[in-house]
Design a protein around this ligand. Structure first.
Ligand SMILES: O=P(O)(O)OC[C@H]1O[C@](O)(COP(=O)(O)O)[C@@H](O)[C@@H]1O
Ligand SMILES: [Mg+2]
Ligand SMILES: [Mg+2]
Length: 336
């Protein structure tokens, strides 16, 4: 594929190699692309269109929602409910699943999404994003239920994210490698600019919110301390650290130049009965699919995230992902 290929051309070309493809999947992806273009425009205009700041409401996790959390959720619903490809949707910002209104035909796919990732960065104009994952409904023709969404990450048909940064990008996998596209604002099209993205197996860069360090478990304490000890320590090399507080931006950096991202379980979370910070269906699974397709690894600390059997719609899990050899080292520290 030469550069200059639009994401629509790319998806259609890919689907030509899928036996029995009906075009539904292509058209669903196109509706998701449209939603991300609308959100990119909203985010770019920010204060000019009054979308900054908090909404007077909380999501199912008890987090105060930003206006953009709610507006972007609406954009995703409106862009994807009408075309007849979906049976239902689930979002980080909605307590229950969203059943397709009866006035629209129902389809065979399920869409899960984090409409706006990195919400704490919206008002300070730092990169944010959107994360999505597509599954096939396994059950019969009846009304979809929450249970239909509780599928392991290995069942994902596609996953992707949009990054609203200095440029707006979209990164996508359909299980056939990872490709990145940049939005050409002049023609309103995502153009293939980063074909076959791969993550270097080794890295000297880690990302973690160090303000939680006193709550971390010993394997993570050990790993981070060894990185900080640098040349003088057992790793014998200096490490760099980053923390953007937008998972999409961290994962994009790792897809671009390697690294390891960690939001591990800690004693503070455990004391609140929380299984982690990040959401399995909207954040951990889609990002794990992308990272693995780019040659990286993604674990909870003790197991592969994509093998987890989800138990609930808003389940949270520990996430450690990125350059394969570092992720395996951290897995080793957990089994020591
Ligand atoms: O504020 P913290 O603790 O550093 O957490 C940052 C993490 O939380 C998130 O913002 C959670 O996602 P949402 O913004 O979608 O709720 C991640 O993008 C990011 O990695
Ligand atoms: Mg998020
Ligand atoms: Mg979010």
């Amino acid at each position: 594929m030469h550069n200059g290929t639009t994401i629509t051309q790319f998806i259609i070309e890919e689907q030509r190699h899928v036996a029995g493809a009906t075009g539904d999947f292509t058209s669903l992806l196109n509706d998701i692309v449209t939603a991300c273009k609308v959100i990119s425009n909203m985010v770019n205009h920010g204060a000019l269109v009054g979308v900054l700041g908090s909404a007077e409401s909380e999501n199912v996790q008890g987090e105060t929602q930003k206006k953009l959390d709610i507006l972007t959720n609406e954009v995703f619903i409106k862009s994807n409910e009408w075309a007849g490809h979906l049976a239902a949707m689930a979002s980080e910002e909605m307590d229950t699943i969203y059943d397709i209104p009866a006035k629209y035909p129902r389809g065979k796919y399920l869409l899960t999404f984090d409409p706006l990732d990195g919400s704490s960065n919206i008002d300070v104009n730092v990169s944010v994003g959107t994360i999505f994952s597509i599954l096939r409904i396994q059950g019969g023709d009846g009304a979809p239920t929450e249970r239909d969404f509780l599928q392991a990450g290995t069942q994902q048909v596609a996953a992707g994210y949009a990054l609203y940064g200095p440029s707006t990008m979209m990164v996508l996998t359909t299980g056939n490698g990872v490709n990145g596209f940049t939005l050409d604002q002049n023609i309103g099209e995502f153009i293939l600019t980063h074909p076959n993205m791969t993550i270097p197996a080794d890295t000297r860069e880690f990302a973690i919110n160090a303000s939680n360090s006193r709550f971390w478990e010993p394997p993570v304490q050990r790993y981070v301390q060894e990185c900080l000890d640098g040349k003088e320590g057992p790793r014998g090399e200096d490490f760099n650290m980053r923390w953007i507080a937008s998972m999409v931006a961290e994962v994009h950096r790792i897809l671009t130049r390697g690294g390891v991202f960690m939001y591990p379980i800690d004693s503070k979370m455990k004391s609140k009965g929380q299984g982690g910070k990040l959401r399995l269906l909207y954040e951990a699974n889609p990002m794990s699919f992308i990272v693995e397709q780019a040659g990286g690894g993604s674990i909870t600390g003790t197991e592969r995230i994509m093998d987890l059997q989800p138990e609930s719609l808003h389940q949270r899990v520990p996430v450690i992902l990125g350059s394969k050899n570092e992720v395996e080292r951290i897995l080793g520290y957990h089994s020591d």
